[in-house]
Design a binder for this molecule. Structure first.
Ligand code: FPP
Length: 224
């Protein structure tokens, strides 16, 4: 039976969820953050899951209206502050991938202090992809690998933003069926799951159903 060590999620549909309810898009992000907590807690209590990587802000998301970008930054800052007790209670280590140098100094400090405070937690690593693009990460890793004359598959992982290992399950909510530049290197053999559910309505029960399907799938990794 397949064991899902690393789950990655493209949390899509926040804006549409809110608009459907006649609310501003930011209300969807607010509700989406609550769902991040529920899913993280579920994964931290699952015997097989070690890494949960969540696409929270892409390199393309800067194109959104300034007010929405500012709201997402503020939400993240408040959320990290508020969530620290949950990370500690659930024994979750917080990690980030992406280029956060464009974020405010305050947010960068909040990210660094959350990483530091949770660095010895061992049950689950929760990774937020922030100002993240899969191609961007590969180019940055290649640059470092070239500088060290070590461009091969065996050593490549250590030049990535964080050492997380391959993704086993890639989930996208919100109805679209695309990868959107997420984790390109690590999803080479990932099993793909697409759900029409908007992220704010996604539940641990739906994830559990996907895990059951994952267990039944035949993974061949190019073999027969
Ligand atoms: C995609 O929905 C979602 C995002 C771009 C942001 C994801 C952010 C969250 C889930 C909340 C914040 C997270 C944390 C960890 C605090 P969309 O806005 O593209 O939705 P749409 O496709 O319906 O417009």
């Amino acid at each position: 039976m397949n064991k899902p060590r690393h789950i990655a999620i493209i949390m899509d549909g926040n804006g549409r969820w809110a608009q459907q309810k006649g609310m501003p898009r930011i209300k969807g992000h607010e509700r989406g953050a609550e769902v991040v907590r529920q899913i993280t807690t579920f994964c931290a209590n699952h015997p097989d899951i070690e890494v949960l990587t969540l696409y929270a802000f892409s390199t393309e998301n800067w194109k959104r209206p300034k007010m929405e970008v500012e709201f997402l930054m503020k939400l993240l800052d408040n959320w990290l502050q508020k969530e620290l007790p949950t990370y500690q209670k659930e024994n979750v280590r917080f990690e980030v991938i992406g280029d956060i140098s464009r974020f405010s100094k305050k947010l960068q400090e909040r990210i660094a202090s959350t990483k530091e405070a949770t660095k010895n937690n061992t049950r689950l690593t929760q990774v937020l992809a922030l100002n993240y693009g899969g191609r961007d990460e590969i180019i940055r890793a290649c640059t470092k690998a070239c500088q060290n004359g070590q461009v091969d598959e065996e050593h490549f992982e250590k030049y990535m933003d964080a050492q997380l290992g391959d993704v086993d399950m890639l989930i996208r909510t919100g109805g679209e069926k695309r990868i959107s530049n997420f984790l390109l290197w690590r999803i080479a053999y990932a099993e793909l799951f697409f759900s029409d559910t908007f992220w704010p309505d996604f539940t641990p029960q739906e994830l559990q159903k996907m895990l059951e399907e994952f267990a039944r799938r035949h993974r061949r990794f190019g073999g027969i």
